[in-house]
Write a protein that binds this ligand. Sequence first.
Ligand code: FAD
Length: 195
Amino acid sequence: MNILAVYAHPNPASFNHAILETVVKVFLAKGHACTVRDLYGIRFDPILGPADFEAIQKGSARPDVADEQQFIKEAELLVLIHPIWWFSMPAILKGWIDRVLSFGFAYTVTDQGPAPLLRGKKAAIFNTTGGTEEVYEQGGFQTALRASLETGTLGFCGIETIHHRFFYAVPYVTPEERTAMLVQAKQDAERLVSS
Ligand code: FAD
């Protein structure tokens, strides 16, 4: 399987980076191809600007966006790894979505309304939080995050989310609990490529 891992965390020593390393190791060990797009590492420009709209109107894309779109075209499974910031995603990832999942590439509009263009692709999401699971449940935040990313964004483009893991209160749990989270991430990755 061809896998695209899109990773958004500025710190190479972060727990999110440990998740990235863990899942990529599994994918490669099981014989799959995995491309990593480290959005901070490549200094991805997250600002959707006038030049992007001009390119879209011409049916094309700016070169950096075209590169990302090519990675998506080639991928069967998209793996997003990021912390929850302000009950959303880091702005660099939001900008990657704004620019890369563009009109004419990820979706179009027909007489019947919007139509997805990325059907057949699947997604898996790994999120870390500062808040506890209880806070997320009581506030409805998990439901809101799922609706926004799985349905409103990926689903709108035809991408089916087959896995969404939340690791809660990551900075505040014990080292043993964090180790257990990475074991869970490893098992999740194994399951993702087992079928
Ligand atoms: P890190 O801070 O990098 O690491 C956490 C701990 O894991 C550290 O002790 C680190 O040493 C340890 N660690 C690193 N690598 C390993 C490893 N390999 N094995 C074991 N331990 C390791 N949270 C919310 O719930 N809701 C919000 O709206 C929200 N908004 C935020 C907004 C901003 C701008 C920021 C900066 C944070 C926000 N947070 C929020 C908190 C944020 O979600 C968490 O801090 C983040 O998810 C933790 O993940 P991390 O990768 O940044 O952890």
